[in-house]
Each structure stands twice: as structure tokens, then as C-alpha cells.
Write a protein that binds this ligand. Structure first.
Ligand SMILES: NC(=O)c1ccc[n+]([C@@H]2O[C@H](COP(=O)([O-])OP(=O)(O)OC[C@H]3O[C@@H](n4cnc5c(N)ncnc54)[C@H](O)[C@@H]3O)[C@@H](O)[C@H]2O)c1
Length: 247
């Protein structure tokens, strides 16, 4: 018996990186899965589907662009029942604030912040009807302290933490919890692109555990927030960062 047996979890951006690890972790805990991702991720999404089915869980794929409200509504309708929503889709193109242009700023807010708004708003009505649901937002440690060349990204993630707190207050009366995870440096394509050479060693040594994160390190927190163990936990943001930051 898994803690999430009988639950259905939709994970945005669930075909690779942290999203794929969240899919794996939730499926291992017993959840059936819906992966919602861009069409260009079809190959990786199909691989994840096969992996989840190999674990004895069901897995469906829906196309979703979190920046496009119509696409979000269509995908959520196609998905059907969703007990656990994980807003994981995100982008990062590092750039110093003084070099930042409007389109880059907007693109980050569109995916990372407005995407959370669109997807959550599309899923909450059915959760309210059932008087239960779990929403888990993947924010970032960047939301806590900012980081050079990631000011725009950090601002989107601070918005995600704030949205988490407000949704928790607005949806709590219907038995819905809303929490965020703030991963530290997790070795996915996103992080590998920006972390090269001495930088990688610097950040490794900066963690208390003297290692950078693996995507699987994030899954435990998501399973916890989705599980009955977290029934009375809402509006919180949990750092999963190997002891890199303490507030
Ligand atoms: N990797 C890290 O170190 C790190 C640290 C903190 C937070 N995060 C956050 O974790 C989440 C996952 O990051 P990752 O490192 O796995 O990144 P990744 O680039 O490997 O994966 C991102 C996923 O989001 C999807 N996506 C992007 N734009 C989308 C859109 N418009 N609509 C639907 N899906 C879209 C991509 O297709 C992909 O599947 C992001 O929200 C990221 O900000 C990552």
C-alpha cells in the first residue's frame, strides 16, 4: 500500500528534470499520473509514461502550454480528475538585471508565475467540489535570497511563494492545501547549463551536505505535501537545498 494509492497527480513539465523525478516519486508512492508538457517534449514524456506504467501505475500525457490559458483549460478538461496538482513547469535564462530586456522579463513571468495562476485556477473548481485537493508549487531558493544573473527568475519565484500563501488562504476552507518547495541547486539541464567549472565546485562546497542536488532529492518533499502526513500543513514553502540557505 502506498501513501498516495488511488490519487491522481498532474505534473506540469513532468517529462524531464525535476518534473520527471516528481512523477517517479509520486508514482512510487501509489499515485496515477498525468504528465502535462509541451508537444516538443513528446519523446521524453512517452519514456516517462512507459516508466510509470512499468511501476504498475497509469500515466496519461496531455499537451499543455502553461502560458496559454485556452491550452491549460483544454488540457485540464482532458485530464479529468486531479487530486494532486504539481506546478513544476519553469524556465531560466540567466542574465544580469541591467542587461534584461522586456521580452525576457515577460517570458519568465509568463511561464513561471502566470502559468501557476492559469493552471491552479483551472484545477481548483473540481477540487473545491470534492472538498479536497493538494497543490504543490515548485518555487526556488532564488525566491529566498535572489542570486546574481537570476534577478528576473528570482522575482518570478518570489511571486510563486506569495501565490502559494494566498491560494492557501483562499482555498483552505474547501479542504485544499497549497504548499511550495524551494529547491536549491539541482543537477538538471537547467542547472547544468549555468553551472560550469569552478562555479560548480563553489556551490557544492557552499552546501552543508557538500553535494549538489539530484532531481530525486526534491520528490520526497512533494510526496510529503501530497500525503495524509501533511493534512494540516498549508501555505508553507520548504527549502530542499542540502543546507545551503536557512530562512
Ligand atoms: N534545476 C534547478 O536547480 C532548480 C532549482 C530551483 C527550482 N527549479 C525549478 O524546478 C522546476 C523544474 O526545473 P528543471 O530544472 O527540471 O527544468 P527543465 O528545464 O529540465 O524542465 C522544465 C520543464 O518545464 C517544461 N516547460 C517549460 N515551459 C513550459 C510551458 N510554457 N508549458 C508547459 N511546460 C513547460 C519543459 O518542457 C520541461 O519539461 C522549474 O520550475 C524550475 O524553476 C529548478
Amino acid at each position: 500500500m502506498g501513501m498516495l494509492d488511488g490519487q491522481i497527480a498532474l505534473v506540469t513539465g513532468g517529462s524531464r528534470g525535476i518534473g520527471a523525478a516528481l512523477v517517479r516519486g509520486l508514482a512510487e508512492a501509489g499515485a496515477d499520473i498525468v504528465i502535462a508538457d509541451l508537444p516538443m517534449q513528446d519523446d521524453e514524456a512517452s519514456d516517462m509514461k512507459a516508466e510509470v506504467e512499468g511501476m504498475g501505475r497509469s500515466c496519461r500525457l496531455v499537451h499543455m502550454d502553461v502560458t496559454d490559458e485556452a491550452s491549460v483549460k483544454e488540457a485540464v478538461a482532458e485530464a479529468g480528475r486531479i487530486d494532486i496538482l504539481v506546478n513544476n513547469a519553469g524556465i531560466l535564462k540567466p542574465m544580469p538585471l541591467e542587461e534584461l530586456d522586456g521580452p525576457t522579463w515577460d517570458a519568465h513571468f509568463d511561464v513561471n508565475a502566470r502559468g501557476v495562476l492559469f493552471v491552479t485556477n483551472a484545477v481548483l473548481p473540481q477540487m473545491r467540489e470534492r472538498k479536497s485537493g493538494r497543490v504543490i508549487n515548485i518555487a526556488s531558493l532564488a525566491a529566498r535570497q535572489g542570486i546574481a544573473t537570476e534577478g528576473h527568475y528570482a522575482a518570478t519565484k518570489a511571486a510563486v511563494v506569495t501565490l502559494t500563501r494566498v491560494y492557501a488562504q483562499e482555498a483552505g476552507a474547501d479542504g485544499i492545501t497549497v504548499n511550495a518547495i524551494c529547491p536549491g541547486i539541482i543537477l538538471t539541464e537547467m542547472a547544468k547549463n549555468k553551472l560550469v567549472g569552478a562555479d560548480r565546485e563553489h556551490w557544492t562546497q557552499a552546501t552543508s551536505l557538500k553535494r549538489l542536488g539530484d532531481p530525486s532529492d526534491v520528490a520526497g518533499a512533494a510526496v510529503f505535501f501530497a500525503s495524509p502526513l501533511a493534512e494540516y500543513v498549508s501555505g508553507q514553502a520548504l527549502n530542499v537545498c542540502g543546507g545551503l540557505y536557512f530562512h
